[in-house]
Ligand binder design. Structure first.
Ligand code: B12
Ligand code: SF4
Length: 496
């Protein structure tokens, strides 16, 4: 069959635009002789490209991928498919239907939704459509409409053997362009459900229930190295960003991976880790393999907020120790924090600034992957998470969090932390972190983080934005200490 896979990416100004879900599905369906085409809709004007793809590809089925920040675009995308063909089946997947199946299935012109992993479910759906057996509506992970009734099927088992899945169909999009836009960086993942923590604000706790069986899965080291070798022959890049939520969660795996990676590849890499997944030996191995940045969520410097309210499970001494250890091995720790968390006060937030100040006393971070300095995100509750319920119960949720720009505004109104204070302190954050150790940079951050400057830079055309990034990366290169992998190669020099 011919299936058009449409990924909505309009709500975010995020630059790294490979839609992992649809390219994973495309590869899987091709293995079973289906024909696929992928369209990424990034702005409203791209509807023209979508309409043209419908006309030219003439699909039998339209599959739309919607993440929860994209929800408001779904009705339009579904309507366009129907305008093209009154009878074409429209199936919707992505994390929005996983999170909000009841709201997704009732949208007009949506015939079916996928409430979990899509590979096997979509294949079975297509097979049943193809053999006109859709009357048999029992397809696990799929909800569908039949004669005005909604059929809600059960969850399937999570796919246990990730090595058995094909590599993502990167050729389905202009993948080299995505790499180039992202400063020669390949973004990929090696796992599904890599993080077993249950932070109360995080959507992962919800995802882990959208299937049966083992949620935490990771591909074998052999399989990942084979894929990197394969992708490396096709595309040109100098750095890899492993975007798994917790890349170092399996200690044996990560040590083994780093050792073999160092023997085989020269690309530098960045990754995400919970601080508890790091120790001297892991960090040493990461450094020898060419790791440049580890992105670690601190979220809050305040013990009560961090470990009781959001249940992050972080001992602050261990966190600081690991950040310093990374620093010692010339890996930059990119610290991610939040402001405006439930029960937080401006006084408590000072401790977040304090911890970052301690960590950043001797280092300044400019990363092409993660931006500059420690990161500050304004907290907004994600539906179905425990913390969302807390916000709702306390009456802090004054507007439904769907139309806000993620991380830039708050939809909470909490008496102890007024909105104006949240915005003000978030804009002062990097200035305060760096003002004693790097006053000049602190001043630059102060100017950059002012509302007006941010408005201008956020609305810059992509090409100018990327030039600014390149400049920052260049500064970072000058400031970066060299790393010695023991073979005289400084991988960082090869990056930019
Ligand atoms: C890799 C990754 C990225 C990559 C790729 C993102 C992408 N769209 O594929 C990049 C770096 C681009 C990225 C960017 C961002 N991300 Co991100 N990312 C992830 C991460 C770690 C893994 C996603 C992944 O590769 N999964 C594997 C693929 C194969 O599965 P999948 O996408 O879930 O799709 C499966 C099913 O949903 C289903 N499916 C999907 N589409 C369809 C369509 C049909 C028709 C069907 C039947 C089924 C189906 O089948 C697929 C295969 O099983 C997740 C965490 C997580 N646990 O999911 C966060 C996550 C998705 N990201 C998140 C965030 C916040 C962001 C950013 C907003 C960050 C930022 N500050 O800008 C941007 C938003 C970009 C965007 N528009 O999505 C949030 C939620 C995002 C959201 N928009 O809803 C998550 C959940 C992290 C979290 N714990 O909060 N991210
Ligand atoms: S450690 Fe990170 S990925 Fe894991 S549950 Fe907490 S916030 Fe989510």
């Amino acid at each position: 069959m011919r299936i058009l896979l449409v990924s909505s990416n309009m709500h975010n100004d995020f630059r790294w635009k490979l839609p992992h879900g649809v390219v994973a599905l495309s590869a899987y369906l091709k293995r079973y002789q289906h024909q696929t085409k992928v369209v990424v809709v990034e702005k409203k004007t791209d509807m023209r490209i979508y309409r043209e793809a419908l006309k030219q590809f003439n699909p039998d089925v339209v599959g739309i991928s919607i993440n929860f920040t994209e929800e408001q675009h779904l009705p339009v995308l579904a309507n366009i498919a129907r305008e093209f063909d009154q009878k074409i089946p429209v199936i919707v997947g992505g994390n929005y239907p996983i999170l909000e199946p009841e709201k997704t299935i009732i949208i007009p012109n949506v015939d079916a939704i996928c409430i979990g992993e899509g590979e096997e479910a979509l294949l079975e759906y297509l097979r049943k459509l193809n053999t006109h057996d859709i009357e048999s509506t029992n397809i696990k992970n799929i909800w569908l409409k039949k004669n005005g009734e909604i059929i809600k099927n059960d969850y399937r088992e999570f796919i246990d053997d990730l090595d058995g899945l094909p590599y993502m169909d990167r050729d389905a999009v202009d993948f080299q362009k995505i790499i180039d836009q992202n400063h020669n960086t390949l973004i990929t993942t090696v796992s599904r459900g890599s993080c077993l923590y249950k932070c109360t604000f995080c959507i992962n706790a919800v995802f882990s229930k959208a299937g049966k069986g083992r949620w935490e899965r990771r591909r074998s080291v052999d399989s990942v190295l084979d894929e990197l070798a394969f992708v490396g022959k096709k595309y040109d890049y100098k750095n890899i960003n492993f975007f798994d939520e917790h890349f170092t969660s399996d200690r044996n795996w990560i040590i083994n991976f780093c050792q073999r990676y160092a023997e085989q590849f020269k690309w530098t890499f960045d990754c995400f880790s919970h601080c508890n997944g790091l120790d001297q030996e892991v960090i040493e191995n990461l450094a020898r393999a060419g790791c440049r940045h580890v992105f670690m969520g601190l979220e809050s410097g305040h013990e009560y907020i961090r470990n009781k309210v959001i249940k992050k499970g972080i001992d602050i001494d261990r966190f600081i120790q690991n950040a310093e250890l990374l620093n010692k091995y010339k890996i930059k720790a990119v610290i991610s924090c939040m402001i405006g968390l439930p029960f937080e006060t401006p006084e408590m937030f000072k401790q977040t600034v304090e911890v970052c100040r301690t960590i950043h006393k001797k280092q300044i971070v400019f990363s092409s992957s993660y931006g500059a300095g420690p990161q500050i995100f304004i907290y907004n509750p994600v539906p179905k998470t425990d913390l969302y319920n807390v916000c709702e119960k306390n009456g802090w949720l004054r507007i439904t969090p769907k139309s806000f720009r993620i991380y830039r505004e708050t939809c909470l109104e909490m008496p102890q932390f007024p909105k104006s204070q949240i915005y003000h302190l978030s804009r002062l954050f990097r200035y305060q972190v760096y003002k004693d150790s790097y006053p000049l940079f602190a001043l630059l951050f102060r100017i950059y983080d002012m509302r007006l400057t941010r408005f201008v830079t956020e609305n810059l055309p992509e090409v100018i934005f990327s030039k600014i990034h390149l400049l920052l990366s260049f500064i970072s290169l000058i400031m970066k200490p060299r790393i010695d992998r023991g073979d005289g190669i400084d991988k960082r020099d090869e990056v930019y």
